[in-house]
Design a protein around this ligand. Structure first.
Ligand code: ATP
Length: 338
């Protein structure tokens, strides 16, 4: 079993599956999409899957797991994968899994994530444990709120008290609101090469915050009942000022380094730092994703950054498949899978 063609790469049909499956095929693997019945069309239409396994719901993944094991599949996690399966189920998975499962809890629990970023000496927004101490603009985030729905801004303890009334019983975190531009940094760290790569950057297109600015301030006031929301609808490519790259590289290396202490053997594969770049050119990071992010989707043909390093189109999906292929060739698949 020392060649890619004897193995398959499988993932759930959602999120970044198109580039994961295409990347798998480009590297010589069989590509398997596990799709919810009725949602398989993109994977057929774009011809990215050699096989589609249908399930009624992603929750039924354990029912098809043995099939994947029989097909020598390596399963690639992505955002929707973890959201649908849950961490417990993912940890119980018997099929080969690309990545370090021990890191999942560190990225999904807001306080553990904070501890990790602090250990890595990354700048993070101030957290207000006591609403009475709010002394600057804050963003209030609910736990488990997928995609920023219901998040609200507040500027004082009184403003907060009034707005939280419409969210009774919900767990939340009050974060300092950082003024600047949101930037998402895509990384890849290979355990085989021991090297960090910058795969690209993106910015998100969020509804409705990205359209509120199209309404004049006067009309915004008149529409006072329109609360901002941060529901992601897509991602746009971004190239950052070259002088910001050293800091971006340094931050990526520090979170990998810090991860070794908290969740051995540490973070590897694709990951993303999500934050705001201030006018003073300070990166303030509010989230880390320890897996492929959908912001890499514009780069199926590679990004301007992967074009510098590779002489062929290198998406993050393909980079994952390349890592697995090299691990197989070196007889070290256990190094990158669990
Ligand atoms: P996901 O888990 O899908 O990444 P989420 O629900 O955790 O999303 P965040 O990414 O934390 O949401 O935040 C949603 C949006 O809110 C961000 O894209 C950004 O525009 C804005 N935002 C979040 N935190 C801050 C902050 N501290 N300062 C300024 N803007 C922020």
């Amino acid at each position: 079993m020392g060649q890619a063609k004897e193995w398959s790469i499988a993932t759930l049909g959602s999120h970044s599956a198109l580039q994961i499956l295409k990347g798998a095929k480009d590297e010589g693997f069989r590509a398997i999409a596990v799709c919810e019945r009725g949602k398989e069309r993109p994977y057929q239409l774009f011809r990215v899957a050699d096989e589609i396994i249908l399930v009624d719901s992603f929750k039924d993944f354990p029912k098809v797991e043995q099939q994947l094991i029989d097909k020598h599949a390596v399963v690639i996690p992505h955002g929707s994968f973890i959201a649908h399966m849950g961490i417990d189920e993912t940890e119980r998975m018997r099929a080969r899994y690309y990545g370090n499962k021990a890191i999942l809890r560190w990225e999904s629990d807001r306080s553990m994530e904070r501890e990790w970023l602090t250990k890595a000496r990354i700048d993070i927004p101030h957290i207000f444990d006591d609403p009475a101490r709010i002394d600057r603009p804050v963003i209030v985030k609910f736990h488990g709120a997928g995609g920023g729905k219901g998040y609200f801004l507040a500027k004082s303890p009184a403003d907060f008290a009034q707005k939280i009334e419409s969210h009774p019983g919900k767990k939340y975190q009050i974060q300092e609101y950082i003024i600047g531009v949101p930037i998402y940094i895509h990384y890849f760290f290979s355990r085989l090469t021991g090297e960090l790569e910058i795969m690209g950057f993106d910015k998100r297109y969020e509804s409705n915050v990205d359209s509120i600015g199209r309404i004049s301030a006067r009309d915004q006031m008149a529409l006072a009942s329109v609360d901002p929301s941060y529901v992601v609808v897509g991602n746009s490519p971004l190239v950052i000022r070259e002088s910001l790259l050293p800091k971006a590289i340094e931050m990526g290396e520090s979170v990998v380094e810090a991860s070794r202490g908290i969740a051995p053997p540490g973070l590897f594969g694709p990951f993303c730092l999500e934050g705001v770049l201030t006018p003073e050119q300070r990166f303030v990071i509010f989230e880390i994703s320890a897996r492929i992010v959908a912001g890499t989707n514009p780069y199926v043909q590679g990004s301007p950054y992967t074009a510098l390093r590779y002489d062929e189109p290198m998406s993050t999906g393909r980079r994952i498949a390349r890592d697995i292929k090299e691990a197989i060739a070196q007889g070290r698949l256990d190094l990158v899978t669990q």
